[in-house]
Design a protein around this ligand. Structure first.
Ligand SMILES: [Mn+2]
Length: 356
């Protein structure tokens, strides 16, 4: 089945006649063409890619089979009701997580006689399970990130700033073929490493932990990884902390599999950390899904519902960390692909403590 057919199947399950996609990631997922300012309308019998003059040529070239590419000459409040009427749309799904109140109100007023139905789950249900070609792109992005890290480690000098390290890593990923970076690269050293999402500073690298959290994109698909290295020599305390994070991380990776409980996976890592002197220092979730967004479903966290399980086709991060306020912190993150009866670690970068 094509993606379009799969989306239609999900629409039928939700009982909606059509879906209107307004977020860049769902637009791209549905029609394969990337237009952050475009919209996609999928109805039972016809599907449309709406693009303005800036994108129309690329849209015609790149939109997937089954879509009619349209350059509207009227405002959305006029053309959308026409396309809905033409296709006998009575119930129109929209992305409640990706629409402003202003936009929703305007559409609701324009679409008299059409019921607008929140339908984010139609796309979420599809996107959570990755197809083979999606996995390929995520792996390609991950390989670019790993090669960049390897090269970066040979280039780090004591007099570099955190910002320089982050910029270097981003440059290496782009030079290595990345379409883009996955998110603002985190390169935080010393006392700044105690913030899980710390921002690289214009200051020279502090001795001690240097946490690097970064990723590349390929065709819109993200990779996500974290490695923590040491600038200079690691103290005994730092080694103890690092090995605790590593044990928490590998203990999950050893057992994660199709059908495992998301909550339990988080608990395995959390219990290991909380049984040590670092109790309470792992203050975020174990992991998240990765795809056209850097953070998407499913999550593995203490808040995961008890009956939620991992399914084949999902790609999740496993990223425990320990953060000692005011002192330092460390995180290790791999991406794992859940497959029938098992799981494949998509991250090949080594995890033994590296001292630079
Ligand atoms: Mn992550």
């Amino acid at each position: 089945m094509t993606r379009l057919e799969l989306i239609k199947q999900e629409m039928a399950r939700e009982g909606i006649d059509a879906i209107y996609l307004t977020s860049a990631e769902n637009h791209r997922y549905a029609c394969l063409f990337n237009n952050p300012d475009g919209q996609v309308l999928i109805t039972k019998n016809a599907s449309y890619v709406f693009a303005d003059f800036r994108y129309i040529e690329a849209a015609k070239r790149e939109a997937a089979e089954g879509f009619e590419v349209v350059m509207p000459t009227k405002p959305e409040r006029e053309y959308l009701p026409e396309y809905c009427a033409k296709n006998e749309v009575k119930t129109l799904g929209f992305e409640e997580d990706n629409m402003t109140y202003r936009h929703y109100s305007a559409l609701k007023e324009a679409l008299a006689g059409v019921e607008m139905v929140p339908a984010a789950k139609v796309m979420n249900a599809r996107r959570i399970t990755k197809t083979a070609d999606e996995v390929e792109k995520i792996v390609a992005a991950q390989r670019i990130a790993e090669r960049a890290l390897e090269e970066l480690l040979g280039r780090i000098k004591y007099d570099m700033t955190e910002k320089e390290v982050a910029a270097e890593l981003e440059y290496l990923m782009k030079r290595g073929g990345a379409e883009n970076i996955s998110f603002e690269t985190i390169a935080v050293s010393g006392s700044n490493s105690s913030s899980p999402h710390g921002v690289p500073r214009n200051v020279k690298l502090e001795r001690g932990f240097l946490t690097l959290d970064f990723g590349a994109t390929v065709d819109g698909y993200h990779s996500d990884m974290t490695r923590t290295v040491v600038i200079g020599k690691a103290t005994e305390d730092m080694k103890k902390l690092y090995n605790t994070v590593l044990k928490a991380q590998t203990s999950v990776i050893d057992v994660i599999t199709e059908g495992a409980s998301n909550f339990e996976m988080d608990k395995i890592a959390r219990d290991i950390i909380d049984s040590t002197e670092y109790k309470g220092c792992f203050g975020h979730s174990l992991g998240h899904g990765v795809g056209l967004l850097i953070h998407e479903l499913p999550n593995m966290s203490p808040k995961s519902p008890a009956d939620l399980k991992l399914h084949a086709g999902e790609i999740v991060t496993v990223e425990p960390g320990i953060y000692v306020e005011g002192k330092y912190g460390c995180r290790i993150e791999d991406m794992v692909h859940i497959v029938p009866g098992g799981a494949v670690d998509l991250t090949l970068a080594p995890k033994e403590l590296i001292e630079l």
